[in-house]
Design a protein around this ligand. Structure first.
Ligand code: ZN
Length: 322
């Protein structure tokens, strides 16, 4: 035992970092109990749980960059087995999320041997919204979903909406112990690098000079530092994102120690919903008497929060004079 132990959070966090010599900024996400609690509350089929956990990691990663108080909202709507996926991040570090899906289609996909996360989304769109309150404009970027994964869509978002060379990896799944899945303990993790050199001069990025489809013969001139950063990033394995015994600093050290990596204070992430009795009461008060009558059963109006499954009951007569 060392006599000076400094305890830093190693889980349920977003850790920002920079590789200054390469002009790289990035973030690592590690979610243990936060992901596990959300997944267990919903009790979705495993494939939907895995997708939701990934979406929560992505939401935490992008939300943690908010510079003011506010919200980051990620929303996918598709015609596939998972029809809707909604996650949000509220400063300083609250995340929540839920999915809507066609249970029969999901069961059909899960019965096949080679289900991949991309199979759950059909075509549709992925919207990312930043809402920092009344003093700033609400910003929304939207990209198409075409039978691809969340990380494919996120890459496309950064290319099209932000025009920043970006590489990210996301993984989710049950905790592994000696090679065997411990099915009941869920984790998710992610890592992202972006080329944002201090002196400007960004790399050319795929698709930036037009709408050439990926893989076409468009000439790309990429900065050598960026190429190095993204090639190293591509060596990250899923288990490195999920392993609770591998500290995020260790992962970064493995990737970028030759170039010199700097880490910044972590953003702690919490599993916390922003629903409240007062807020739901206000919403119900804004409905018409007729609408409320339709919701009333045995004199009670009961509302269940889709994000956290909390149930709120009100006596219908309390709204009589609203
Ligand atoms: Zn809630």
């Amino acid at each position: 035992m060392s006599d000076a132990i400094v305890t830093l959070p190693t889980d349920n966090l977003v850790l920002p970092f920079a590789v200054k010599p390469l002009g790289i900024r990035g973030r690592v996400v590690r979610l243990g109990s936060v992901a596990n609690d959300i997944i267990h509350r919903h009790k979705y089929p495993p494939s939907v749980s895995a997708l939701l956990a990934e979406a929560i990691a992505l939401t935490a990663m992008l939300g943690a960059s908010l510079k003011f108080d506010g919200k980051f909202i990620l929303q996918a709507s598709t015609n596939g087995a998972v029809t809707m996926l909604v996650c949000d991040f509220a400063t300083p570090g609250k995340v929540r999320g839920y999915a809507q899906f066609d249970a029969e289609k999901v069961a059909g996909l899960e019965a096949t041997d080679d289900l991949t996360p991309a199979d759950l989304f059909g075509t549709g769109h992925l919207a990312m919204t930043i809402d920092q309150g009344q003093h700033t404009d609400r910003y929304q970027g939207i990209v198409a979903l075409n039978d691809d994964t969340l990380s494919d869509a996120a890459h496309r978002y950064f290319l099209q909406s932000e025009q920043i060379p970006t590489r990210l990896r996301i993984a989710s799944g049950p905790l592994m112990s000696r090679g065997a899945a411990m099915a009941d303990i869920w984790r998710t993790g992610a890592v992202m690098v972006q080329h944002l050199p201090d002196d400007g001069g960004y790399s050319a990025i795929e698709g930036s000079s037009g709408d050439a489809p990926p893989g076409s013969e468009e000439e790309l001139v990429e900065d050598d530092n960026w190429v190095r950063a993204r090639v190293l990033m591509d060596t990250v394995e899923d288990h490195e994102l999920l392993d609770p015994t591998l500290a995020p600093e260790q992962l970064l050290y493995r990737l970028y120690h030759e170039d010199g990596v700097t880490v910044f204070p972590a953003v702690e992430i919490r599993d916390e919903c922003s629903c409240s009795r007062d807020r739901i009461e206000t919403v119900l008060g804004n409905f018409s008497d007729e609408e409320r009558a339709d919701m009333t059963e045995d004199g009670q109006i009961t509302v269940t929060c889709e994000f956290c499954s909390s149930r709120y009951s009100f006596a219908a007569r309390d709204f009589a004079d609203a």
